[in-house]
Design a protein around this ligand. Structure first.
Ligand SMILES: Cc1cc2nc3c(=O)[nH]c(=O)nc-3n(C[C@H](O)[C@H](O)[C@H](O)COP(=O)(O)OP(=O)(O)OC[C@H]3O[C@@H](n4cnc5c(N)ncnc54)[C@H](O)[C@@H]3O)c2cc1C
Length: 272
């Protein structure tokens, strides 16, 4: 069971309130749904929301001063869970771009929100019935490649080591929300999930960074902050080797170490 939300302070709620729109919702209202392309950051003033998986099993509830969302709120991936109102709700909704700008300015809020979103993603990865469903036999190279891709990208998934029914390439990938892809390339899956984007036949940028590991993401941040139109191309997973490490020790500015997911979540958010 993922941890419930840490509490936002009154001043943090007020800052969010100044940026977003205050809204209300009734019991049973769905704030966002598995398979949605995006959702806003939601901070709760009053009431309660249950987070449920695609089968309707409850994962956790969030109440007053809490907030909703997991890492895909910042990375832009498809939504993996559904949020249903369980007690009459008064909340503030802040769009992703506004939230990113606020996190950039407000260190303590950024620490609280990022650490929580990363922790929630790690909890989702440990749950059955959340995320992608991959069906394909162990003997299929394409299936093994796809599994490697979803693991490196820290996407929640389940795998059936079996031949899928029907025709088409291997593996069958069922997306959050139910759509199915047969034998997709990793690029196609990545674009469908909102991780990457389709490139035009010809793209013109000031700076092209090949590889989205710590070095590439660092270069992208510096390039973009100097005003260069910057494009990162990554063949496997943003975060590079660091993303696959349980714990990164001895990384400058993190004296106690940081999880690979934590470092990658922060780096990708900053680079985006
Ligand atoms: C298990 C593990 C534990 C680690 N622990 C620590 C630690 O405790 N402390 C520490 O400081 N370091 C640690 N490291 C090392 C750290 O992760 C690396 O030093 C760091 O990731 C190197 O960053 P990089 O950006 O140079 O390269 P990488 O992380 O290797 O990133 C390169 C990226 O480029 C992509 N790429 C390559 N070729 C292409 C291409 N042609 N087109 C598109 N994309 C391409 C790759 O897919 C990759 O994502 C660990 C590494 C691992 C694997």
């Amino acid at each position: 069971m993922p941890p419930a939300s840490p509490a936002l302070s009154a001043s943090q709620l007020a800052r969010l309130g100044a940026l977003g729109e205050e809204q209300t919702a009734r019991v049973g209202d769905v704030l966002y749904h598995v398979g949605d392309q995006s959702y806003p950051f939601i901070a709760i003033h009053e009431g309660e929301v249950a987070i449920v998986d695609v089968a309707g099993h409850e994962i956790v509830r969030h109440g007053p001063s809490g907030f909703l969302g997991e890492l895909n709120l910042l990375t832009g991936q498809t939504v993996f869970v559904t949020a249903v109102v369980t007690k009459p709700l008064r909340y503030v909704a802040v769009e992703r771009e506004m939230l990113r700008a606020l996190l950039f300015e407000d260190g303590p809020l950024s620490e609280l929100v990022l650490a929580t979103l990363v922790e929630r993603r790690e909890a989702l990865e440990r749950l059955d019935g959340v995320g992608l469903e991959i069906v394909g036999p162990h003997s299929s190279e394409a299936t093994m490649r796809m599994l490697e891709f979803v693991r490196s990208n820290r996407l929640p998934y389940s795998w059936q080591d079996a031949l899928p029914t029907g025709t088409g390439g291997l593996p069958l990938v069922r997306l959050p929300g139910g759509a199915e892809l047969r034998g997709p390339s990793t690029g196609q899956l990545s674009r469908t999930l909102g991780i990457g984007r389709e490139l035009a036949t010809r793209e013109e940028v000031d700076l092209l960074v090949v590889g989205g590991g710590p070095a590439g993401l660092g270069a992208a941040v510096y390039g973009a902050s100097e005003g260069l139109d910057t494009l990162v191309v990554e063949s496997t997973a943003l975060g590079g080797q660091a993303g696959s490490s349980r714990r990164i020790e001895n990384y400058l500015a993190f004296p106690a170490g940081i999880t690979g997911n934590g470092l990658t979540g922060r780096a990708v958010t900053q680079a985006r």
